[in-house]
Write a protein of this length. Structure first.
Length: 246
């Protein structure tokens, strides 16, 4: 049985002021799949996520869960079940780990669910380190712990589409492996993940489908294992070079 399409993007244009960064992107994300977008520095990967969340003006069609989100604000898109973990992680450093997590449950509170204990326990099971650090101030966490907290806070809202912007950026190799193992585990929960990532090899190994973004356009697209085996992708992105983005 074919998976249901959760996100459908057609002819997306976006940028900053008069500087257009994305030039007519077509992207599809099926329910319960991990979709990755890789590409060189400045290709527009982060711009794509910000446009999808409504943080940047854009043109084109963005359908989420069968409906256009063109007229929805960022807050309304979050309410509909879209979540973005930005590259900066955007935590509240003077608040405890647990209070940061509880702030992520505002969507559930608005829906009338006052007890967020089940979601909190689920996050702690996914990230046991956060349970250990639950009373610690977020600003005192290590880089890997901060990334866990950022992802955990997004999951507290029970999103159906989770967008991750460079989750491995600046982390030690051992922590990176842990983060990608978590992303793979999230697939089994049914959440759809759109992953923008500097580590092209790990991203393709973790995802189901991939897009290669170059100068604001899709250069290659296909099943992740096929992209990983494509000589052109191997030569440019899997040959040992770096893939920074902004």
């Amino acid at each position: 049985m074919a998976a249901r399409t959760l996100l459908r993007v057609r002819d997306l244009h976006a940028g900053y002021g008069r500087a257009e960064v994305l030039h007519g992107l077509d992207i599809t994300a099926d329910e319960g799949r991990v979709i990755t977008v890789i590409g060189p520095n400045g290709a527009g990967k982060s711009t794509l996520l910000n446009a999808l969340m409504g943080a940047l003006p854009s043109r084109g069609t963005v359908e989420y869960d069968g409906r256009s989100v063109a007229l929805l604000s960022l807050e309304e898109r979050v309410w509909r079940g879209m979540a973005l973990v930005p590259e900066t992680r955007a935590l509240f450093g003077t608040m405890s780990v647990e209070d940061n997590l509880l702030l992520g449950a505002w969507r559930q509170f608005r829906a009338g669910r006052k007890d967020s204990g089940q979601e909190l326990n689920s996050v702690y099971m996914l990230f046991p380190r956060l349970r250990e650090r639950r009373t610690q101030l977020a600003g005192t966490l290590s880089g890997g712990e901060r990334q866990m907290l950022a992802v955990g806070r997004a999951l507290m809202g029970k999103p159906t589409l989770l967008m991750l912007d460079e989750p491995s950026l600046g982390l030690a190799p051992l922590v990176v492996r842990s983060i990608f193992a978590t992303i793979a585990a999230l697939r089994s929960t049914g959440v759809t993940i759109l992953l923008v990532e500097q580590n092209a090899r790990a991203a393709l190994e973790t995802s189901d489908h991939g897009y290669v973004l170059e100068t604001g356009e899709i250069a290659f697209a296909g099943a992740s294992d096929q992209l990983a085996g494509d000589p052109r992708v191997q030569a440019t992105y899997l040959g040992g070079g770096t893939d920074d983005d902004s």
